[in-house]
Design a protein around this ligand. Structure first.
Ligand code: PMP
Length: 360
């Protein structure tokens, strides 16, 4: 509610608005307390232009302190390992990751004072590498094409370093129960509360599968009849039925898809899988930025493109929630760059026309 503040000087500088006082958040002890409680935002224009009858809401995980959904598990896996005594002062954290779990862990490690080594496939962006280095992590790049169980893969190299380095631990997001449990305890609860319990469909991409597994498990218990949609890129093998996984080609979207089924992923919780392509993912990510003002990453485009497809079956009064895992900060020289989009053949006619129109 607006009110007049009564300060006579106000009139000299124009119209002031004084909102009803909402208590300011308290001072945080460390930045690790700024993880979670991310906003749920209505996708107005995209839902309308795609002809959806239902409401489409985006859970914006790029508002976490380190910029992604994986900050949640970075902090939780560190705290649980401290609690059970596996992680003590002087220990080194080693983790194979597509980058965001590395950033989440390195953030926790920077605040708490652990040495961190991240093994990262070559495919992942330089932006992630720079953030990791700035947080003090040491990086080992590994060949993208190495099979997950090959000694030179990011997982294989992490295991070797773990054997070589005294007092080192791999918290292992692929099998650590606290990966899905974090999302069961928090991310799902936040979505449920923001929606007052009314959710008809939930859509998310899968990498380790921790996000979709934890959220699906909790929402299925709380919202009977909810439809869980998993998104898996062409070239990955996470989708079911297996007949969907026809391609063995690589893909450019980062953070989703694998060539093995991680323990953190319970595919029994997913009602329907949608396979995704790079082009639709990056074009949708650009639309999320341009039309909705959401500064998200490429896999957010993947999830929303699939959500738009799946939510066509929902009628008026229904609600679909889609999770946006990370921020455009990780991809400034990739899909945010028009030249990169064009070189990779990801620019569609509408986007080119819009740029051309602006030139004239
Ligand atoms: N998108 C991005 C950008 C990610 O980094 C990840 C994590 N690998 C995911 C999606 C998928 O999350 P999860 O590992 O929980 O399945």
């Amino acid at each position: 509610m607006s009110s007049n503040c009564g300060f006579t000087g106000c009139n000299q500088v124009g119209n002031h608005r004084h909102e009803e006082h909402i208590p300011e958040p308290p001072v945080l002890d460390t930045i690790l307390e700024h993880i979670g409680n991310t906003p749920l935002v209505r996708l107005n224009k995209i839902a309308k232009s795609e002809g959806l009858q239902c409401e489409l809401l985006a859970k914006c995980e790029f508002f976490n302190a380190g910029g992604s959904v994986k900050d949640r598990i970075g902090r939780r896996m560190v705290e649980e390992a401290e609690r059970d005594g596996r992680l003590k002062p002087g220990c080194t954290i080693i983790e194979p990751t597509s980058g965001n779990t590395g950033i989440g862990l390195a953030l926790a490690a920077a605040v708490k004072g652990y040495r961190t080594i991240i093994t990262l496939p070559e495919k992942m962006s330089q932006e992630k590498v720079d953030v990791l280095k700035a947080l003090g992590a040491e990086i080992v790049r590994t060949p993208t094409e190495a099979a997950w169980d090959a000694p030179e893969s990011h997982i294989g190299v992490a295991k070797r370093l773990n054997a070589e380095i005294k007092d080192s631990v791999i918290l292992d997001q692929y099998s650590n129960p606290y990966n899905p449990v974090t999302h069961y305890d928090h991310t799902a609860e936040e979505i449920y509360r923001s929606c007052d319990g009314k959710i008809d469909m939930f859509v998310a991409g899968a990498g380790t599968g921790g996000t979709i597994t934890g959220i699906a498990r909790k929402l299925k218990a709380l919202c009977p009849g909810i439809i869980i949609v998993g998104v898996d890129p062409h070239g990955s093998i996470l989708a079911q039925p297996e007949s969907l996984n026809t391609s063995t080609e690589g893909y450019k979207v980062e953070g989703i898809g694998y060539d093995f089924i991680p323990d953190a992923l319970d595919r029994g919780l997913v009602d329907k899988w949608i396979k995704s392509a790079d082009k639709e993912s990056f074009i949708m990510a650009r639309r999320l930025i341009r039309e909705e003002g959401l500064l998200c990453g490429g896999s957010s485009g993947t999830a929303v493109a699939a959500a738009v497809q799946a939510a066509k079956q929902l009628g008026p009064g229904k609600r679909c929630v889609v999770l946006l895992p990370d921020s455009v900060r990780n991809y400034m020289t990739k899909f945010l760059n028009d030249g990169w989009m064009q070189t990779n053949g990801f620019t569609d006619l509408a986007m080119v026309t819009e740029q051309e129109t602006k030139k004239h």
